[in-house]
Design a protein around this ligand. Structure first.
Ligand code: PLP
Length: 433
C-alpha cells in the first residue's frame, strides 16, 4: 500500500483516509475531488528536515517546490513545518506571503521572469532570486543598481547531466532550456561581482524530476563544487550556498521502489562533504527543493464513473469518469501510470482489467490505460493514488469544465481548502461582442 497515503484504510468495504469516508466526501463535495492526507504531508516534510539535520554537519534548508502544488493552506503548513518555498511566479509569491512564509526563506525561480515578478521579489525581499540566464542578469543589475541592500542571487547552472527520466522532465543537459551553460559561468560571475545591487550567494542546478538514480544527483553536486572552487580561485569570492534542486522520485505503482528520503539525504550529504573537504572548500548551506516527494503521495483523486464502453465481443473496454486531463495532464502528457481502487468497493477482488477514460474531448485523455479493478458501474468512485503532484497545479479549464475542490483530511475531519470553481468564475473573463 506504499503508493497510498499513510492513513489509508478500508472500513466496511469503503476506502477511508485521515479517518474520513471518501465516498461520503464525494457525496458531500461532488466529483472530481482531490483529497490530501495531512499526516502523510507533514510526515514527508519532517522526514526531510530530520534526515538532513542528522547527516549534514553544516546549515541546510528544505524548500518545498510549489510548482508541484500550491494553495494557501499548503503554504501555511510549509511555514509551520519550518520549510522554505520555491516559487516561479508573482502569484505563487503572493500565496507565500499571505500564508506567512518568511520571505528570507523564499526563492524565485524561472527561465522567463517578467519585470513585474522580479520587481515584486525585490520589493518583498525574497531570500534569493535564482538567475537563469544572462539577459535576466542584465535586467536584474539594472533593477537593483540603486538598492541600499544587495539582493542575494543564486546562479542556476546547466551541469550537462542528462537525467534518466522522461524527456519532458529532464532539465540538466546543456541544451535544456534552463540554466546557464558552464561556459557562461565566468561572464555571469564577473557581472554579479561588479553589480552593486547584487550579492552572489551561491550556485544551483536542477537536473530533472522523478529521479531514482542518486548517482546523477551526486554528479550534479560535484559540478557545483567544482564551479564554486573555480569562482573562489578566479575571483576570490566564496559562495555560501549550493543547491542540487529537487527531483527525488516517487512510486506511482508498486513496480517502483518506495521513496527513500533518508538514503537520499545521506548520499547527498556525504557527496557534498567529501567534495568540499577534497577541495578545501568551506561546507556551504545545502538547499534542496523537493516537490513531488513531499506532496504526491498525500493526494488522492476521486472520480465518479459515468458510463461504460464495451467491445463488440462484450468485453468491457472503458470506464468513463467525470474528470481527466484537465485535472491531471500527466497520463496524456507523458504516459504517466497510476494505481487505483474503487473507493466504494475497496474490498472486492480486482478481477477486471479496463481502461479508465477521462471526460475530455481528446483520444489521449485516458487516465489509466490498463488497470485491474472490480468490474465498475456508473456511480462507483475511482480513487487514484499518488495524485498530489503536478496534477492540479497544471489543471486547465478545457471544455469549460470548472476545476475540482480540494480537501485536507486529518483526524476524521475534512477541511475545504480550495472550493470547486463555479461556472460564473469560468465565464467572468468572457466579454460578449
Ligand atoms: C528548479 C526546480 N526545483 C525543484 C523542482 C521540484 O522537483 P521535484 O518535484 O521532482 O522534487 C523543480 C521541478 O521541476 C524545479 O524545476
Amino acid at each position: 500500500m506504499y503508493v497510498w497515503p499513510e492513513t489509508v484504510a478500508v472500513c466496511d468495504g469503503r476506502l477511508t483516509l485521515g479517518g474520513c469516508d471518501l465516498v461520503a466526501l464525494t457525496e458531500q463535495h461532488g466529483t472530481p475531488l482531490y483529497v490530501f492526507d495531512e499526516v502523510t504531508l507533514r510526515s514527508a516534510m519532517r522526514t526531510y528536515r530530520a534526515a538532513f539535520a542528522e547527516v549534514y554537519p553544516a546549515q541546510h534548508r528544505v524548500h518545498y517546490a510549489s510548482k508541484a502544488l500550491l494553495n494557501t493552506a499548503l503554504a501555511q503548513i510549509v511555514a509551520e513545518e519550518g520549510l522554505g518555498l520555491d516559487v516561479v511566479s508573482a502569484t505563487e509569491l503572493r500565496v507565500a506571503q499571505r500564508a506567512g512564509v518568511p520571505m528570507e526563506h523564499v526563492h524565485l525561480h524561472g527561465n522567463a521572469k517578467s519585470a513585474f515578478e522580479l520587481e515584486r521579489a525585490l520589493a518583498w525581499d525574497v531570500g534569493a532570486i535564482v538567475v537563469d540566464n544572462l539577459d535576466e542578469l542584465a535586467h536584474l543589475c539594472a533593477l537593483t543598481a540603486h538598492r541600499p541592500q544587495p539582493q542575494g542571487v543564486l546562479l542556476r547552472l546547466a551541469p550537462d547531466i542528462a537525467a534518466q527520466t522522461h524527456a519532458h522532465i529532464a532539465t540538466g543537459s546543456s541544451d535544456a532550456k534552463f540554466g546557464l551553460p558552464l561556459a557562461a559561468l565566468d561572464a555571469a560571475v564577473a557581472q554579479i561581482l561588479t553589480a552593486p545591487g547584487l550579492h552572489l550567494l551561491g550556485l544551483h542546478a536542477h537536473i530533472g524530476s522523478q529521479l531514482f538514480r542518486l548517482d546523477q544527483l551526486q554528479a550534479t553536486l560535484q559540478v557545483l563544487v567544482e564551479a564554486a572552487v573555480h569562482v573562489r580561485d578566479q575571483y576570490g569570492h566564496i559562495v555560501t550556498e549550493l543547491s542540487p534542486g529537487g527531483g527525488l522520485g516517487v512510486p506511482y505503482t508498486t513496480e517502483q521502489p518506495p521513496t527513500d528520503i533518508c538514503g537520499y539525504a545521506t548520499t547527498l550529504a556525504a557527496t557534498l562533504t567529501e567534495a568540499c573537504t577534497r577541495a578545501n572548500f568551506p561546507l556551504p548551506r545545502l538547499t534542496i527543493e523537493p516537490g513531488r516527494s513531499i506532496i504526491a503521495r498525500a493526494g488522492v483523486a476521486l472520480y465518479r464513473i459515468i458510463g461504460r464502453k464495451y467491445a463488440p465481443d462484450g468485453r468491457l473496454l472503458y470506464l468513463h469518469v467525470d474528470g481527466g486531463m484537465a485535472d491531471n495532464l500527466r497520463p496524456a502528457l507523458y504516459g504517466a501510470r497510476y494505481s487505483a481502487l474503487l473507493a466504494n468497493r475497496a474490498a472486492e477482488p480486482a478481477d477486471t482489467v479496463v481502461a479508465v477514460a477521462g471526460r475530455y474531448c481528446e483520444s489521449g485523455d485516458i487516465l489509466l490505460r490498463e488497470i485491474a479493478l472490480p468490474s465498475g458501474a456508473p456511480g462507483d468512485i475511482v480513487a487514484v493514488a499518488t495524485a498530489g503532484a503536478y496534477t492540479l497545479s497544471m489543471a486547465s479549464t478545457y471544455n469549460l469544465v470548472p476545476r475540482p475542490a480540494v480537501l485536507l483530511l486529518a483526524g476524521g475531519s475534512a477541511r475545504l481548502i480550495q472550493r470547486r470553481e463555479t461556472e460564473e468564475e469560468l465565464l467572468a473573463r468572457d466579454i460578449a461582442l
